[in-house]
Design a protein around this ligand. Sequence first.
Ligand SMILES: C[S@@+](CC[C@H](N)C(=O)[O-])C[C@H]1O[C@@H](n2cnc3c(N)ncnc32)[C@H](O)[C@@H]1O
Length: 268
Amino acid sequence: MDMWIEDLFIRKAELFLKVVKSKWEKGEQEASQIAELMERHNIEAENLLELGCGNGRVAIPLAKIGYKVTCVDVSPLLIEDGRRRAAEAGVLGRMHFSVGDAREVSKLLKESYDFIYMTWTTLLGYYDEESDLIMLREARELVPDGGMLAILNTISRDAIARRQAECGSSIILKDLGGGMVLADHPRFDPASSRLTTKWVFYKKDGRDLIYVDEAILDFRVYDLRELVGLGKRSGWRFVAAYNDLDSFRDYIPGKSPLNVLFSPSASI
Ligand SMILES: C[S@@+](CC[C@H](N)C(=O)[O-])C[C@H]1O[C@@H](n2cnc3c(N)ncnc32)[C@H](O)[C@@H]1O
């Protein structure tokens, strides 16, 4: 496993959980958007799979809607938090949480899924291109004809290049709640298409910020054409790309994250 992934999601998972918790409230809205996406594309899904699910921020609200949701993530702490929250929400019976690697997910799970999704710039680009192809092929193994794969709310190369052109590598401050602040220091390298971000965590103390810890994120960002190409090489046919899942407007490069939908293709 790459160093930064092990560091942020496993060793410093307590810290990462604070970031996830600050996004918890948005999970309900994201889940209903996913339900609408499936409806628009006539996917009669019962069985969903989220790869890189974190603590089930989006998966738990989907289970509350009534879907059966399987959640896979490499982080034992995030999975444990998800299981506890699902039990609290009374939906654990419709959910299956598993600690595992998306690069080997077909060995881990034996069922098939009508709809597989990953959301919030997850997995693709985290490792190398071969690993991205492996993950997409693994997902393909688990989806029958008629099912779909969605890559949602994912930073696009166009948007990140535009942000860098307009704002440079300026620091973004986020209040995480609970007296914690995150300073995000992004740096995009156009030659490698890698986004390297330093997350520095502070605790509020009156008007001061006290340093707590830091972590690095370092991943490749794709544009739509590159993602469609990866899909094609791993058994997926491009179906649609949206600007956002509020309006379902067609994707406009540079303006928004990517929301891309694929269906299984006949051949890899
Ligand atoms: C940005 S978070 C997204 C979490 C979740 N999708 C959400 O929206 O809250 C990325 C997640 O991918 C997980 N992850 C990283 N590498 C993985 C791998 N090889 N297999 C499964 N999960 C992985 C991390 O542990 C982390 O929870």
